[in-house]
Design a protein around this ligand. Sequence first.
Ligand code: F6P
Length: 344
Amino acid sequence: MRIGMLTGGGDCPGLNAVLRAAVRKGQTHYDDELLGFRDGWKGVLENRADELDVERMRGTLPRGGTVLGSSRTNPYKVDGGVDRVKETLAKNNVEALIVIGGEDTLGVANKLSDEGVKVVGVPKTIDNDLSATELTFGFDTAVQICVDAIDRLHTTAESHDRVMVVEVMGRHAGHIAVWAGIGGGAMMVLIPEKPFDIEEVCAAIQHRHETKGRYASIVVVAEGATPVEGTLSVHTSGEVDAFGHARLGGIGDALAREIESRTGYETRAIVLGHVQRGGTPTAFDRVLSTRFGIAAIDAVHDGAFGAMVALRCGNVVRVPLREATEELKLVPDDLYDVAKVFFG
Ligand code: F6P
């Protein structure tokens, strides 16, 4: 078969491992021709693609990012976009498309699938907020990067007896924050799912410092965490992407300023930002990506279109793309309760 592949949305460690695995099994086992579209849906709209083969993918397993490039392009927001996608696929004799993305990229894939395009989805996002799969690759790497940073912040926080507010990614869901908070020993974790009360946050820090003496504190906050309405103003750029998502960032600074002024404890904000998305994937993410890549090419050959590969109970299975993009996976209460045991 002649199969197209693309990576869309925010990049994450493990994308190349998916491509490499799909190319390897496609070329050597099924005798496929693989075509990699550049920059997500943008490359399909503009008919920009490279032939992919085992040789081209050599050495990419440990490389972060994506050799194909990525973008946040929504063909449904472009005049004649969907027709252009179909034209490009026809022009290149592409019989099926493997789409590697998060909620937005896969949302487009799902709509195209309803219109008859033969699509198989692969879930990726460091945010781990896709329902229908227990884990997305990239998440484990991002959490490890956060925990490494928090370990380092502990020692400098202790030397100076400071509060460190660590802002991590997580637009709508606080999976990274909760895992990083538990793994890094945070005394407070604030997530989008639970609007926070700044008075309670400061009271907990104060209680910890007053009852335990000189004691530094690490507060982890997801970029999408929000204060209880009307209690704290947070400046955002107001910019939105092609899928209508606001560009976040700023909660860490706002929180640090407020904590310092309310408690009198010296406080610093650290924004980990895109560092969380960069660099080499962990062994876990390499294996998961490889399994997903193999499962995706197998799904194409089984004619399982409109499906997404997913991890459930340790097994890679196929689920309907619709199910995967319908709703976001939020942090379960029982996991947040584990983090809460260490609050204060
Ligand atoms: O969707 C993954 C993500 O890393 C989010 O956590 C974050 O809000 C967003 O991407 C950042 O996007 P950009 O790379 O466009 O700044």
